[in-house]
Design a binder for this molecule. Structure first.
Ligand SMILES: NC(=O)c1ccc[n+]([C@@H]2O[C@H](COP(=O)([O-])OP(=O)(O)OC[C@H]3O[C@@H](n4cnc5c(N)ncnc54)[C@H](O)[C@@H]3O)[C@@H](O)[C@H]2O)c1
Length: 321
């Protein structure tokens, strides 16, 4: 198979590229390096089946050529991370909506299968735990910038499903819950890399709010396994799948776990959301996926627990200069 990964120099994209090369696929990557990095794919450059282009997905000519050369497209390029979204809403909306529109238009011209990476953020403030793919979206006011990410990804989902229903384009949509592992950067507000980096540097470990909010974390290789299983599965076409882990941990307990595993002397400090982000910032107390749809179709079962995930990130940051 020839596969195109948009955003392939990013955290998840680079692990996906590795997995696809390992199974014998030829991999093409397009990435503008806005949040990704050449460092993430440098080790793949010697592989004759690996090709990459540093450009934006908004460059239609370049993207069209890449789509033509491939059988399937994994569309991961997006403005990502709560901090980036709150600080750069124009970039978030434009990249996530216009970028996906271009990918779908080009894929549709040549009937290429597309997997779209959406997010658990589309469930918004819903308290119907665990989140099921058919649940309602409960989003906040348009005055609150963070919801622009959820809305932009929801539009991506609508558009992909519309292409499928109206034009017969084979699409698969995944809603990723917090995905973690080596190469994820803490620069844009991701909690585990941020806390690990702080713990290793002996700096205060910052927990937003009271720390009672819970999240479920999934190891990046489990997520990549789900992505490759879904792109291969004929019954995944036209469907939406949660991809995550149904075991949750509070952020306070997570900080304590990271402190213990790094043997850090850092103190855990609490920062009000208004100070961490913007006044009136809204967060969800709990976010847990119902993964039965994915499990029933592919046999998916997350294999790495939170201790294993934390250790992999600690190991990565210990050896990163
Ligand atoms: N990591 C998570 O927990 C998580 C959760 C939910 C959804 N997702 C989704 O998964 C996908 C991958 O996320 P990630 O965590 O690997 O983040 P990432 O920032 O590492 O990856 C995104 C990649 O897209 C690239 N990119 C951004 N705009 C681009 C453009 N216009 N043209 C070309 N490349 C562009 C970035 O440089 C980066 O390499 C994203 O679509 C994201 O919304 C991730």
């Amino acid at each position: 198979m020839k596969v195109l990964i948009t955003g392939g120099a990013g955290f998840i994209g680079s692990h996906l590229a590795e997995a696809l090369l390992a199974r014998g696929d030829e991999v093409f990557v397009i990435d503008d390096l806005s949040t990704g990095s050449i460092e993430n794919i440098i080790h793949l450059k010697e592989d004759p089946k690996f090709h990459y282009v540093i450009d934006t997905i908004k460059n239609q000519q370049v993207l069209a050529e890449l789509v033509d050369r491939c059988d399937t497209v994994f569309h991961l390029a997006a403005a990502v991370g709560v901090k980036l979204i709150v600080e750069s809403p124009v970039r978030t909306i434009e990249t996530n909506i216009a970028g996906t529109e271009i990918v779908l238009q080009l894929a549709n011209k040549k009937s290429k299968k597309v997997l779209i990476a959406s997010t658990s953020e589309v469930y918004g403030k819903s308290d119907s735990i665990p989140f099921n793919e058919d649940d309602d979206m409960v989003l906040g006011s348009t005055k609150k910038g963070r919801w622009s990410y959820a809305c932009s990804k929801a539009i991506d989902e609508f558009l992909a499903l519309a292409y499928h229903k109206e034009r017969g384009l084979p699409v698969v949509i995944i809603r990723l819950f917090n995905t973690v592992g080596p190469r994820q950067t803490g620069r844009y507000g991701m909690v585990i890399p941020t806390l690990v980096r702080q713990a290793l540097a002996g700096e205060p470990m910052t927990v937003f709010g009271d720390g009672n909010q819970t999240r479920s974390f999934t190891y990046v290789k489990d997520v990549v396994g789900a992505m490759t299983a879904l792109i291969d599965h004929p019954q995944a076409v036209g469907e939406v799948f949660n991809v995550g882990n149904d075991r949750a941990i509070s952020i306070e307990d997570l900080a304590k776990l990271i402190k213990e595993r790094t043997q850090s002397a850092s103190e855990i400090v609490h920062i009000p959301y208004d100070v961490a982000y913007q006044q009136g910032f809204e967060d969800m107390l709990r976010r847990v996926p119902d993964i039965s749809k994915l499990r029933d179709l592919t046999g998916y079962n997350p294999s790495v627990n939170i201790e294993g995930i934390v250790d992999s990130v600690i190991e990565y940051y210990r050896h990163k200069d």
